[in-house]
Design a protein around this ligand. Structure first.
Ligand code: IMP
Length: 425
């Protein structure tokens, strides 16, 4: 059975949670490999909606084992809260979740530092989720992080936590911002450690043994390619590598063990937070996309910025990820448009550009060149096969695949589990 990596090819919020839920029917193991509780993966099952932040979406399918691997930064309090919520709704979590002993832990002081840095940046702020993701990865790279393995040794955990909390409180005092109530926080963490410690193990061994035994493994990416810390629209990015390559470093599975990469793309584009967005529409069409697509952040509730499909950015993203297959989501949101547009090139300082520039300042200045296609003005929400789609919708999809160099694998036409279908050869 194959090992598949599933990643977002835009700015996040492509609908990965839903596609992962669809694919987990055939998966033994679902593995998160980067990011933290900045992610918000929405899955609708029947009348119920679940938003997962740290726990892999596979938890909603019986029979899958779910792994939070070493590349993820884990807030123990947020993870305990998510576990409690799911257990309360009848999902059996503790038996089917494993936490890598090498995960770096994220604490309240990281969130406070995130908010402080954003406030310092003023107009130039990144628009982070304020979940402390950047400061937690910074501590990891600075070699002062605290890893999940210490959850099994509460005395050592307490010593390490108090030392780091003291360090941060010292900075906060000098910056004249509120400090962390260490006693109160430690009490919550001590309780969290007792819940999480039994889940902690060397997940690099677990994942490699599963691969060797021929199990089907799904690696669940969070955020999207243009938020990648190396390749994204820096500095308006997240602090992890979000591309498929991170599935190796974030889990300990070697590159040649990965069989395929599926890229998730929305039928149009959205972005939440600050930073360049070439096809952004600050007009009634953008508002219509937001309204029809319910484009509000699953983690922060912020309205998402909306625009047409950007084939320049997506083709580059497909290359970075080696995405051969595409999962196209939210096609139904375009149902009511008389015509639809695709950005096929940018204009930059009088030149035509067909590859994404490196410099965010240049990306902010490009002007998109559009190709217009007729809309389909028909309801696609009950389609269950590719052939059910109106010809104009199929023509639109064919053009997206042609421009981005991918093969269509999956289409999603609504939020429900039964509104997703595979596409044959
Ligand atoms: P951070 O990851 O909280 O540091 O935020 C950095 C940037 O990534 C901001 O623009 C966020 O809005 C964006 N971001 C982080 N996580 C997600 C996500 O899951 N979906 C979409 N955007 C995200």
């Amino acid at each position: 059975m194959p090992t598949t990596v599933l990643v977002g090819l835009q700015w996040g919020d492509e609908g990965k949670g839903k596609i992962i839920d669809f694919l987990t029917e055939r998966s033994d193991l679902v593995v998160r490999f980067q990011g933290g509780n900045n992610a918000g993966h929405t899955v609708e099952i029947g009348k119920e909606q679940f938003i997962l932040h740290l726990i892999p979406s596979g938890i909603l399918r019986q029979g899958t084992l779910n792994v939070i691997a070493n590349g993820v930064v884990v807030n123990p309090l947020a993870l305990c809260h998510e576990i409690d919520e799911l257990q309360r709704r009848g999902v059996d979590v503790l038996q089917r979740l494993r936490l890598s002993s090498r995960c770096h832990l994220l604490f309240t002081y990281h969130g406070m530092m995130d908010s402080f840095r954003e406030a310092q940046l003023g107009e130039g702020k990144i628009g982070t989720t304020k979940r402390g993701i950047g400061p937690a990865y910074a501590d990891k790279a600075s070699r002062v992080g605290i890893r999940a393995c210490v959850l099994r040794d509460v005395a050592r955990f307490e010593t390490l936590f108090r030392a780091r909390a003291e360090f941060y409180n010292h900075l906060f005092t000098n910056a004249e911002v509120g400090t962390l109530e260490v006693e109160n926080e430690w009490e919550k963490l001590r309780q969290a450690a007792s819940v999480l410690a039994p889940l902690v193990e060397d997940t690099a061994l677990l994942v490699n043994r599963a691969a060797a035994a021929g199990k089907s493994i799904l690696m669940e990416g969070a955020q999207g390619t243009w938020l990648d810390v190396d390749f994204g629209t820096y500095p308006f990015v997240t602090s992890s590598n979000t591309i498929a390559g991170a599935a190796c470093t974030g889990t300990g599975l070697a590159p040649h063990r990965i069989d395929r990469v599926t890229g998730v793309v929305k039928a149009y584009t959205t972005r939440v937070g600050s930073g360049p967005f070439p096809t952004e529409l600050s007009d009634a069409t953008g508002d219509a996309l937001r309204r029809r697509g319910s484009e509000y952040g699953a983690t922060t509730g912020r309205p998402r910025r909306c625009g047409w499909f950007d084939a320049v950015a997506t083709r580059y993203a497909a290359m970075l990820n080696g995405a051969d297959g595409a999962a196209l989501t939210k096609l139904d949101v375009l149902d009511g448009f008389e015509s639809v547009r695709i950005c096929t090139a940018y204009e930059l300082d009088g030149r035509v550009v067909t590859d994404m520039p490196t410099d965010g300042e240049e990306i902010a200045r490009v002007r998109p060149r559009y190709e217009e296609m007729p809309g389909w003005l028909a309801d696609t929400t009950s389609a269950t096969t590719y052939e059910d789609l109106p010809e104009a919708a199929r023509a639109y999809i064919r053009r997206l695949m042609e421009l981005t160099g991918m093969r269509l694998e999956i289409v999603s036409v609504g939020p429900r589990r039964d509104q997703t279908f595979s596409v044959g050869d």
